[in-house]
Design a protein around this ligand. Structure first.
Ligand code: FES
Length: 596
């Protein structure tokens, strides 16, 4: 049995030899279909259109639940519910694809503590002869005037030939007191790779280790997304077996290697020049990129395999770099608080003063830290992917065609701003936040979060429920009652985390001297709207700082400075983790938090 599946509008084709699930077929073709539920049939995001032979695919009850009869007649189906077994042509709607999203990698980076972990020294040794029979390595220790020097086996294998070919001169790369690589001459480039592996995006930075400058940076979608948009879905996939877990590991490492190679090409260098690395991520990503078992993260009490920092060789991780190079992996805090949170707090200088500061990194899981005097307490709250557009009918990530900002006037007329100035195909987190905040401000939404059916701009959806119309173009974009409910749940989870911390550390809103907000969604949202819907406590706007990808900035600091690594390890010891689900009044704070 051989058949061909053709994907339009990209014109991609794959040949198959046995029946294949539509989601897997798209993955094979290299198309990242949105699959929030990981193929369970509950999210309705993996929509495809069968351009040929739709009549052969009787819609399932699940598909009937997510797609209107009209859509079903037009050949729309859910990829994860479709088994393909003969030649077929498939159209992938733009809103079903997740790879064109804008990947936010900028963040305020400032390192005045340049002290790289790797160094190179050019040595000239005395030549061995019959009256001087000491070993090559003893000669090196003598010239370096350090008996404590050690050498990696790989370096020892290359040194003798280099010495004899190069007139007894050699350039040695050391990490601490260990020689890990040898080259004929001093390398003009000493570069490092810092990576923040997020659930949605992987942000990579190529750094000059001698001066701490960022040579270039690049973001790429985390390819694990094709196996579920939220962490639990991916952990569930990894638990299916070692092949599945290895798939997530290899996908992550391949994406890092590809991005690093592209960045090296931009600056006319080779990945072989990468002498050191630093990888951060939330705890699940940390376990995936280290290829550690993730089973314990998926079930209560959600404990990680290891908290401490480790410094494995790049080769062991599969990262393409200079032979002998290693990758620093900072400590993680707990099952749901990873080294990305630590990197965020390091970059934003938590622990360096005693001000009352709130740090919030908004994502599918939102990590929140509250600093009061010399205490820093962190929580992780399952805010869900609603602010990334998931579980929202017209939700999408920030990508061309997404409504990113919305203005609703007193009379209910709506102005929208669309990424790429093109007709809208959906709405991203910042647009959703604007809409809900202003619907509330204009009384289109009451304090219980119900849409007022009689308010201007509100119409009844085919299911009889009210929805707010954002535009009346060819493809109307609306925000439904269900969408509003999802946003209130998400913001309620964040606010409950903040309130628990304030209650725990006996902090009043008026005590808060600074709120620092990181994360892709956080970078585009308007803080006044976040306060308007009660997601953030109301403080003067000049106390709120939006700082972009702070985890990436922290990873860069730790890459170029062993002092920053030491600071991060101290900070990790200082951070107290608070488990929200067992906090006595968490349910009460959550119930308050979801009010509109
Ligand atoms: S419904 Fe298909 S991936 Fe969620």
């Amino acid at each position: 049995m051989t058949f061909t599946i053709e994907f339009q509008p990209r014109g991609l084709r794959i040949d198959c030899f046995q029946p294949i699930n539509g989601l897997d077929a798209a993955r094979q073709a290299g198309i990242n279909l949105s699959s929030v539920c990981g193929g369970e049939g509950t999210c309705g995001k993996c929509v495809i259109q069968l351009l040929t032979g739709a009549e052969n695919f009787e819609p399932s009850n699940i598909e009937k639940k997510h797609l209107s009869p009209e859509k079903l007649n037009q050949g729309y189906r859910l990829a994860c519910q479709t088994t393909l077994d003969s030649d077929v042509k498939i159209y992938i709607p733009a809103e079903s694809v997740i790879e064109d999203q804008i990947l936010q990698i900028d963040g305020k980076y400032d390192s005045n503590l340049i002290q790289p972990a790797v160094h190179q020294s050019e040595l000239e040794l005395t030549e061995a002869h019959l009256k001087d029979l000491i070993s090559d390595f003893s000669r090196i220790k003598t010239v370096m005037n350090d008996e404590g020097i050690t050498a990696e086996l790989g370096a020892l294998r290359t040194i003798p030939l280099l010495l004899r070919k190069n007139n007894w001169k050699v350039n040695l790369w050391t990490r601490g007191k260990e020689i890990f690589h040898a080259s004929p001459t001093h390398n003009a480039h000493s570069i490092g790779l810092a990576v923040d592996v997020g659930s949605t995006k992987i942000a990579c930075y190529l750094m000059d280790l001698t001066n701490g400058r960022t040579l270039t940076a690049k973001g790429t979608a985390n390819p694990q997304i094709a196996y579920g948009e939220d962490i639990m879905a991916r952990l569930g996939y990894a638990m299916q077996g070692s092949t599945q877990a290895e798939t997530l590991f290899h996908l992550t490492i391949n994406a890092i290697n590809q991005t690093a190679a592209q960045m090296c090409e931009r600056v006319n260098l080779s990945p072989d020049n990468i002498a050191d690395g630093c990888l951060v991520g939330n705890t699940a990503m940390h376990h995936f990129f280290l290829n550690l078992p993730t089973g314990s993260l998926a079930v209560s009490p959600f404990v990680p395999v290891i908290n401490d920092s480790i410094y494995p060789s790049a080769q062991e991780l599969g990262i393409t770099a200079m032979p002998g190079a290693a990758v620093y992996v900072p400590p993680i805090i707990a099952g749901f608080i990873g080294s990305d949170h630590l990197a965020f707090l390091l970059a934003t200088r938590f622990g360096e003063d005693q001000r009352v500061r709130l740090g919030i990194d908004i994502g599918t899981n939102t990590e929140i830290a509250l600093q009061v005097e010399d205490r820093i307490v962190s929580v992780s709250t399952a805010s869900g992917p609603a602010f990334e557009g998931a579980h929202i009918k017209y939700g999408m990530r920030a990508a061309p065609g997404a409504i990113e900002h919305v203005q609703i006037s007193e009379n209910g007329s709506v102005e929208i701003q669309v990424i790429g100035n093109q007709p809208p195909i959906g709405i991203c987190g910042s647009g959703i936040l604007d809409t809900v905040a202003q619907m509330r401000a204009r009384n289109i939404l009451n304090h219980r979060g119900r849409i007022n059916k009689k308010a201007p701009g509100v119409r009844l959806a085919p299911n009889g429920k009210p929805e707010f119309l954002l535009n009346a173009f060819e493809k109307p974009i609306t925000l439904s009652q269900n969408d509003v409910d999802q946003i209130l749940l998400a913001k309620g989870a964040i606010r409950a985390g903040i309130d628990v911390l304030m209650n725990h550390l006996k902090v009043d809103v008026s005590d808060i001297e600074e709120i620092v907000i990181a994360g892709a969604f956080g970078s585009y949202m308007l803080p006044e709207h976040a306060m308007g819907i009660g997601m953030l406590p109301t403080v003067p706007l000049d106390r709120v700082k939006i700082i972009g990808n702070a985890a990436g900035a922290g990873a860069r600091m730790m890459l170029v400075s062993t002092l920053s690594r030491a600071q991060a390890e101290e900070l990790a010891d200082q951070i107290e983790y608070l488990e929200l689900t067992v906090y006595p009044d968490f349910a009460m704070f959550y119930a308050q938090g979801i009010q509109a």
